[in-house]
Design a protein around this ligand. Structure first.
Ligand code: NAD
Length: 320
């Protein structure tokens, strides 16, 4: 794998405050992949967790993410490294950027952000990977909310090259600019958006999920048919042509004509489908319990994980 030079603090492409050191707080599902991506871009990363066990487990997660980055042929920029610590003060030593990935509970995020302000330098950017808690609410715990921002990575973070950048009401322009520079430096798309429940990517996903489950519930199509229809129909297409581009490609007159009768017929259910709530109550949670909408053996789960990772790498390489 080629090693490329780290941008210097004077490098215009790196922005005025090129991040040299960063910390990722919380090393569960998301933290290890985020750390691996940042380290690849030449950043000395500290992974911090309150749980020794989670930190130990995260080493395998970082290794896996790093091997995927190898397959993606992501350049390894010199200066990048990863270290592991349970000590928050140690993790925050001299960092310019910190991203929090602890569980999605407002009180916990408040505790973490208070501690971040206490131990990080005054100009360190404090980012949250929250899936939907308003950044303005998270920043309420801080004396300097202007340096608090949402950087919402998509799972798996080492594979999905898009990060939603969400300023809170009091986030400064300098913080937004620095977050965008960092996202672009790791080779990802930075998408800036205003605060809205669920943020944009999940709103689109949940709109699709609601309609998909409703059609299966109504017996219009079975689960397998739904998955094949979406993967090879809109899924395949949307990876190349975004919805706004698709409107122009199809013609706004067509959308207006179809939307004028179809929009009224689409699901607008305010509650989650009974199919989902019943299965959840019965402990049928999907791959993690061996049954959800489909059934899985442990061997099939391993096969599916490997196959999906391989295909995501291939698709991303083909689209890059
Ligand atoms: P997770 O539960 O898998 O991991 C959280 C980790 O944080 C655990 O290892 C836990 O020990 C640690 N932790 C708890 N309290 C802590 C503290 N005070 N200081 C340091 N570490 C602490 O969570 P996750 O799925 O990685 O999600 C993290 C954040 O990212 C959440 O806000 C979540 O909504 C968001 N997110 C998750 C996904 C996803 O698919 N899992 C996707 C995008 C965003």
């Amino acid at each position: 794998m080629a090693t490329v030079k780290q941008p210097t603090a004077h490098d215009a492409s790196a922005g005025s405050q090129a991040v040299r050191r960063a910390a990722v707080i919380g090393t569960g599902t998301m933290g290890p992949g985020m750390g691996a991506v940042l380290a690849r871009a030449g950043i000395a990363v500290a992974l911090q967790d309150v749980s020794e066990e989670a930190l130990e487990r995260s080493k395998a997660g970082v290794g896996l993410a790093d091997s995927v980055l190898d397959k993606l042929e992501t350049p390894r920029v010199e200066g990048g490294s990863i270290r592991y610590t349970v000590d928050l003060k140690d993790a925050l030593d001299d960092v310019e950027f910190v991203v929090e990935a602890v569980p999605e509970k407002l009180e916990l995020k408040h505790d973490v952000f208070r501690a971040l302000e206490q131990h990080a330098a005054a100009d360190t950017i404090l980012a949250s990977n929250t899936s939907g808690i308003p950044i303005t609410k998270i920043a309420e715990a801080c004396e300097h909310p202007e340096r608090v921002i949402g950087t919402h990575w998509s799972n798996p973070p080492h594979l999905i090259p898009m990060i939603e950048v969400i300023p809170g009401e009091r986030t400064s322009q300098a913080t937004i600019d620095a977050a965008v520079v960092l996202v672009e430096r790791v080779g990802y798309e930075a998408v800036i958006e205003s605060e809205v429940p669920g943020f944009v990517e999940n709103r689109i996903l949940y709109a699709i999920m609601r309609e998909a489950v409703d059609l299966v519930d109504r017996g219009i199509i079975d689960a397998d048919g739904m998955d094949r229809c979406v993967r090879w129909g809109i899924g395949y297409k949307l990876a190349v042509i975004g919805p706004m581009e698709l409107l122009d490609m199809a013609g706004l007159d067509i959308y207006q004509a179809v939307g004028s009768y179809l929009n009224k017929d689409l699901s607008n259910a305010g509650e989650v489908s009974k199919t989902i709530t019943d299965r959840t109550a019965a402990g049928k949670l999907g791959m993690k319990t061996g049954e959800g909408l489909y059934q899985y053996t442990p061997e099939r789960i391993d096969e599916l994980r490997a196959e999906r990772a391989r295909k995501l790498v291939a698709v991303r390489k083909a689209l890059s």
